[in-house]
Design a protein around this ligand. Structure first.
Ligand SMILES: [Zn+2]
Length: 148
């Protein structure tokens, strides 16, 4: 499987996580952390459920992955997330030294790139736009439902 196919496969798993958030009336964002071709952490947005503004999908997935590995660094890991990380999650990704970050939908309002592109570890690589349409549709349907 080439990297493009792998990226779509793991982004589908992140979308599955986002669907779980949706079922719980959370903003539908999901994330998985992958190492050596295996998922080692997954998570979805739990801000409302936990009444915790830090309970973003990426934070859940990073915490789970660090727990799986038994260490604070995720240097040989790829984080897949359905929406561009916010500045908080980007900070956590930086602390964990995640080697690669892949997201689906851009977030011009809350995405970290609006504030700083220097927050990741210097060796971290980024790919965006994987399954973008599906990631965007999930978000826009959710917010349309809130307005309707
Ligand atoms: Zn975040």
């Amino acid at each position: 499987m080439d990297q493009h196919e792998n990226d779509e496969k793991f982004m589908r798993l992140a979308l599955n996580e986002a669907q779980k958030a949706l079922k719980e009336q959370e903003v539908p964002i999901g994330a998985v952390v992958v190492a050596g071709g295996a998922v080692i952490g997954r998570g979805h947005n739990l801000v409302e459920t936990l009444a915790d503004p830090t309970a973003h999908a990426e934070m859940q997935a990073l915490t789970a992955a660090a727990s799986t590995l038994g260490g604070k660094y995720l240097q040989d890991c790829t984080l897949y997330v359905t929406v561009e990380p916010c500045i908080m999650c980007a900070g956590a990704i930086g602390w964990a030294q995640v080697s690669r970050v892949v997201w689906g939908a851009d977030d011009p309002k809350k995405g970290y790139r609006r504030y700083s592109e220097g927050v990741f570890h210097p060796k971290t690589t980024v790919a965006r736009g994987v399954l973008r349409e599906e990631c965007e549709a999930l978000m826009s349907d959710f917010f349309a439902g809130l307005r309707g």
